[in-house]
Design a protein around this ligand. Structure first.
Ligand code: ATP
Length: 461
């Protein structure tokens, strides 16, 4: 059984079965862009639906927004992104590649067993000195000839209007969070929500990453799922801890292996932050960040109050107390969670002496198709179509009548379909079908009328 699939193998597999294709494929692609195929798009929708259910629908006092990607540029001044949303970059003067200095140093230390070096805590000058002292070579060409380390702003710029004069510079948002902050009062007034309450959003974000890569792990365009909890400062640490738990529970409930998840406190806190941690996921990439939970104090609302000139304070309807709420942010990349889901779900199983099968062991709620309808023979297709039409009113279904039944089961296993329904000649007599479970491969005979309940039970989350 294999469950530590390499990234190259996953990329090839995803393309072959239709999860994710390289972007602009017929033009030889555009580096680090990816298109979701028929299975990927369903998987992604299901991830977003499960997240929304957990963090909006079932989460007390939480509300959704869908803010514009293009925002007034003052937003990004207030948030600090214009000034400091940057990573330290250095260019190799030999092969002209651009690298993140902190990543290069981390990789060097890991390789040489050097402990206690935390690039996040170093200035650019300190990193320059470390790179020179250790004669760290370019990971691509092996030479040591670096430009000085400089901060590189990750925001994508564009301009608004018909002329290209560049006077009207605007940005593609690098995070969705500001859409929640600027709508704090709109949401509070229209819902009459009392603090503590939350605002959630799922949407695209764009970052001009210095070293994107590892498939959809780090891309220049991606989707985030973010939840901002607005609370009184005195309760904030308790909420921070409870969001850590909720974030972890969400992953465990989706079937993630607890041994492959861990909390990691940030080495360096933003000056306004009181606490911050990530949940990391272990895969063939090693331990990597999956999501962040941040105690952001009153920074966001105070800054928007300062830059917009609008009062962003909350008035307690009972005590009349006026204050700026503290924010606990929970932020997870949808594409990164999808990648972790693919990595976690892939397995190859020995079934019989000379037979193996690939199984995508998705939690049924995430599976692209919930059920496959398989007529045993082509002349049963009328009845099979009837069942397909009935079930597809409630679930995403697929239909397959090509090849042996064994091959068809395998095809469904490798795209993670939790249940297969087989129509045979007895079905015509007594309206019963065989239902086969992806994981146990067990088959039972049930009435067509029972199918809807059985599938609903299976895909519960
Ligand atoms: P990293 O340290 O990996 O660059 P970050 O700490 O900058 O991430 P946040 O700004 O906290 O990330 O963003 C929240 C989440 O958005 C991350 O935990 C990750 O899941 C996702 N994310 C961030 N950058 C990217 C990217 N370039 N591509 C895909 N997902 C991303």
């Amino acid at each position: 059984m294999e469950n530590n699939i390499s990234m190259d193998k996953l990329v090839a597999f995803s393309k072959t079965v239709g999860f994710v294709y390289p972007g602009s494929d017929i033009y030889d692609g555009l580096a680090n862009t990816w298109d979701y195929g028929p299975l990927g798009v369903e998987l992604k929708k299901n991830i977003k639906k499960a997240w929304w259910k957990r963090f909006v629908q079932e989460n007390d006092n939480s509300y959704g927004v869908d803010a514009a990607i293009l925002m007034n540029p003052r937003v990004w001044e207030a948030s600090g992104h214009v000034q400091s949303f940057s990573d330290p970059k250095m260019d190799c003067k030999e092969c002209k590649c651009r690298e993140r200095a902190d990543n290069v140093i981390e990789a060097y230390c890991a390789k040489h067993g050097i402990e206690g070096i935390v690039p996040d805590k170093m200035t650019n000058e300190e990193m320059d000195a470390f790179v020179s002292e250790h004669k760290i070579a370019c990971p691509r060409c092996g030479k040591h000839n670096w430009s000085p380390i400089r901060q590189f702003n990750l925001m994508f710029e564009t301009s608004r209007g018909v002329t290209e004069g560049g006077q009207n510079k605007i940005y593609l948002r690098p995070e969705t969070a500001q859409g929640e902050f600027v709508n704090f009062l709109n949401v509070q007034r229209t819902t009459r929500a009392k603090v503590p309450f939350g605002i959630a959003q799922i949407g695209k974000a764009f970052r001009n990453e210095i070293t994107p890569g590892n498939f959809i792990f780090r891309t220049i365009e991606f989707e985030q799922m973010e939840h901002q909890l607005f609370c009184k400062d005195e309760n904030a640490i308790d909420f921070y801890n409870s969001y850590k738990e909720k974030a972890m529970k969400f992953l465990l409930d989706l079937g993630f292996n607890p041994e492959k998840l861990r909390f990691k406190d940030h080495d360096k806190l933003a000056h306004y932050a009181k606490a911050a941690c990530d949940i990391q996921f272990f895969s063939s990439l090693g331990w990597q960040e999956l999501n962040g939970i941040h105690h952001r104090s009153t920074w966001d609302l105070s800054r928007h109050q300062e830059y917009s000139g609008k009062n962003m304070m909350y008035t307690d309807p009972v005590t009349n107390e006026k204050y700026t709420p503290t924010v606990i942010e929970y932020s997870i990349g949808c594409d990164r969670l999808l990648l972790a889901t693919l990595l976690q779900s892939y397995r190859e199983e020995q079934v019989g002496e000379n037979d193996t099968r690939i199984v995508m062991g998705f939690h049924p709620v995430l599976a692209p198709y919930k059920v496959a309808i398989l007529p045993l023979q082509k002349n049963l297709s009328e009845k099979a179509n009837e069942v397909y039409r009935k079930l597809s009113k409630s679930f995403m279904c697929t239909y397959d009548e090509a090849g042996s039944i064994g091959k068809r089961y395998r095809r469904q296993d490798q795209i993670g379909t939790p249940l297969c329904v087989t129509i045979d000649f007895d079905t015509l007599e007594d309206d019963t079908v065989t239902i086969r479970d992806r994981d146990t491969m067990e088959q039972i005979r049930v009435k067509i009328d029972e199918l809807e309940n059985i599938i609903s039970e299976k895909v519960k989350f």
